[in-house]
Every structure is written in structure tokens, then in C-alpha cells.
Design a binder for this molecule. Structure first.
Ligand code: GLN
Length: 390
């Protein structure tokens, strides 16, 4: 029968994790921690299960968790979302993305994405019958021709947005590059979409991973943007429980209403005990407030080790990903394209990474790969030893 997604294969994260497992490589590819979450969080979930909180929760999620999220957003970003009509618990960030897109994109609508882009956006737009308009981050290069940084392509964005643009997808802190939007960027974006009917999907799943004392600027901190945005976040990233698949979407009530129409027939609702467990844990802000220092130490440890190689490190102001340019490595494999280089690195060197080219639709090679540093120091140290042998 005809495929709905003829050009879609298996996601690069699954492919690279399988390759890493097959070759017993250290998996710095797919983004997930290799250390345990807090036992207290597990105890809270156990408690909920033993208290027989095991039946369907409300379709929109348990009240305690929605209230906690409301408080958190209010405290951090100064925006009030009504927990009953504006916050919905989702099966991770990815379900929030698909459901948002299905809820607001009609056949023929245009959706603007900024590449490199996380790989779930494009297929979701295609399923909705929308047309993806991709603009690329501007790549700046140093005097040796190596990638130095990524910049928001304002001119291309301005050109891409037109009356057919139903949705613009943004992502800060950005996967894979680690770039972080500033307050002035949100102001500029607000100018760009002013007087248009463009909605915004803001993927902020790495919101608590911003380093060097800098702040995360959520669309929730910008009332004009908040009024037209779906804000998506994820507990898996923040609490080291990517396998739990629990996240949330906060959006003004008119948008949330449409979101929930799809959500109820997509997953209906999300598992109950995890929601109660997360609700009691979320009440204490200390975990997410300490997360920048926790991950910054890992970024710096991994970065210092990588600086002893011929990989060129890209700036990592946010996320738990370190991008690196391999084009100056003094080995023949430095000539390989990113996908082949990552396969070689996984199978022959024993370290899995993700090619940044996988985040583009059209072939785009910049000689940059992505490492995940959400790992125990010992894991990073062993990976570094292998990378330092190159
Ligand atoms: N967000 C994770 C990453 O970028 C992967 C999630 C997934 O495998 N779908 O590595």
C-alpha cells in the first residue's frame, strides 16, 4: 500500500544506538544519560503506585502536576498559564510536537523550520499535509574554514514567513548545535510575526541546560510570543528519565483547546503514577536549578579532553550536546562525509556520535558531528581516551 511517509527511514538515533550496541562502542550518540535518576523520584512514583493511583488520570493530566508546572513557569518566566485550560501533560516532547502540528496544520499550510532541525518535525508536518519550508542557520567559519558558530538566519526567516505560514518551529537551547536564543532574538521574532497569523511551536526541552550563568529565554517570558505559542518541554531531559516519556505543552486556552482535541484521540492521556511522582518532585525547585552547574561540569570535562585532539569544538552555551568539527583530523577518514565518519567512529574507534547532516533534509555537509556529554565521568574519560588516539 502507498506509504504516507515514503522518504522516511528509521530515525538516526535508533540506528546509531543499535550500531553502538552491536560494536560495544561508547554511546555518545542518542541523547540520554547513562547515570541513574534521583532515588527520591523513584520512591515518589512507587508511592503513587502503592497508593493505587494506577487508573486513567484526567485526559489533560493530573492536577497536581499541572499545578506544579504552572508554578514553575510563573516563577521562572513570569507568565501565568491556567493549569486547567492551558497546560496538558504529554507522552514526552515528541508527542507534544506531533499533536501540536496535527492540531494546527491543514493540508497546504506552510510550516517554517530552521535546519539543522530535530528529526521529528518534518515527518509530522508531512503527515498533516503541510508543506515544510526550511531555512538554515547561518554557519560562520574561522580562518581555517572550520565551523565557528551558528547564527539565526533573520533575513531568510523574514522571506519565508508569508500569509500561508501557519506555524514556525523554534528550538532553544538548540539540538544539535547547542545554540541559545537571547532576549533580543525573541524581540526580533515577535516583530517578524506581528500582524501575521503564524503560530509558534517552541521546543524548549533543554530549557534547564543553559551554561556560564546565562538565562534561558522561554517564549513564556515574552507575552506577545506566548499569546501565539505552544511551549513544549520534557521531564525526561530534566530529571534524567528519558524512558518515562512524560512532557507537557503550555499554550493559551484557544490553542490548548485545539491541541486537546487531537491529544485525546492520540494518546488520550499519560501514565498516572509517573505524573504523581513527578508532581511531588517538581515542588522542590533545587533539582532543575542545580542542573546547569551539574551539566556544565560535564561539558567542561569533555571539552577539555576533546581540546587535546584535532577535533575543533563548537561553542556549547546550552543542551547536553557538544558539536565538533573533525575536518582537521590528520587521518584519511577526515575526508568522509558525516554519516560515514560517525559509522567509522562507532565501529572502529568505539565511540558513537551523530552526524549533524542527519538534521538536514537536503544533503548538507559541514564536517560537524554531535557528541552527548550526559554521561558519567568515567564514560566520558574512556571515550576521550579513544578520541585522543586519533
Ligand atoms: N532527543 C534525543 C537526541 O537528540 C533523541 C530522542 C530520540 O531518540 N527520538 O538525541
Amino acid at each position: 500500500f502507498p506509504s504516507r511517509l515514503p522518504n522516511v527511514g528509521t530515525t538516526v538515533f535508533t540506528v546509531m544506538s543499535a550500531l553502538a550496541a552491536e560494536h560495544e562502542a561508547i554511546n555518545l550518540g542518542q541523547g540520554f544519560p547513562d547515570f541513574p535518576c534521583d532515588r527520591k523520584l523513584i520512591a515518589s512514583v512507587n508511592e503513587a503506585m502503592l497508593a493505587d493511583r494506577n487508573q486513567y488520570p484526567p485526559m489533560i493530566g493530573v492536577a497536581e502536576l499541572r499545578n506544579g508546572i504552572c508554578q514553575k513557569i510563573q516563577n521562572l518566566y513570569g507568565q501565568h498559564y491556567d493549569p486547567d485550560s492551558e497546560i496538558t501533560i504529554t507522552g514526552g516532547g515528541t508527542q507534544g510536537v506531533l499533536t501540536t502540528i496535527l492540531a494546527c496544520v491543514s493540508p497546504g499550510d506552510e510550516v517554517v523550520i530552521i535546519e539543522p532541525a530535530f528529526d521529528c518535525y518534518r515527518p509530522a508536518i508531512e503527515l498533516a499535509g503541510g508543506k515544510t519550508i526550511a531555512v538554515s542557520l547561518q554557519v560562520t567559519r574561522d580562518e581555517n574554514g572550520q565551523v565557528a558558530s551558528y547564527e539565526i538566519p533573520w533575513d531568510a526567516l523574514a522571506k519565508a514567513i508569508n500569509p500561508k505560514t501557519r506555524l514556525l518551529i523554534i528550538n532553544s537551547p538548540h539540538n544539535p548545535t547547542g545554540m541559545v536564543w537571547q532576549k533580543t532574538d525573541l524581540d526580533r521574532l515577535a516583530q517578524l510575526v506581528k500582524n501575521t497569523s503564524t503560530l509558534i511551536l517552541s521546543d524548549e526541552v533543554y530549557e534547564h541546560m543553559v551554561y556560564d550563568g546565562a538565562a534561558h529565554y522561554s517564549v513564556a517570558s515574552h507575552p506577545e510570543l506566548a499569546a501565539r505559542s505552544f511551549l513544549i518541554s520534557s521531564f525526561g531531559k530534566t530529571y534524567h528519565v528519558t524512558g518515562w516519556k512524560v512532557g507537557y505543552v503550555a499554550a493559551p486556552s484557544a490553542l490548548s483547546k485545539e491541541f486537546r482535541k487531537v491529544h485525546q484521540f492520540n494518546v488520550f492521556t499519560v501514565n498516572t503514577p509517573m505524573q504523581y511522582g513527578l508532581a511531588s518532585y517538581l515542588a522542590d525547585a533545587s533539582h532543575y536549578l542545580n542542573l546547569p552547574a551539574f551539566y556544565q561540569a560535564k561539558r567542561d570535562f569533555f571539552g577539555a579532553g576533546l581540546a587535546k585532539t584535532r577535533f575543533k569544538l563548537l561553542p556549547t552555551p546550552g543542551t547536553y550536546f557538544q558539536c565538533a568539527d573533525y575536518s582537521a583530523l590528520n587521518i584519511p577518514e577526515a575526508q568522509l562525509n558525516e554519516a560515514d565518519f560517525c559509522k567509522w567512529l562507532t565501529t572502529k574507534v568505539g565511540v558513537a556520535a551523530i552526524p549533524v547532516s542527519a538534521f538536514y533534509d537536503q544533503p548538507t555537509e559541514s564536517g560537524v558531528i554531535r557528541f552527548c556529554f550526559a554521561k558519567q565521568e568515567q564514560t566520558l574519560a574512556t571515550a576521550l581516551q579513544r578520541l585522543q588516539s586519533l
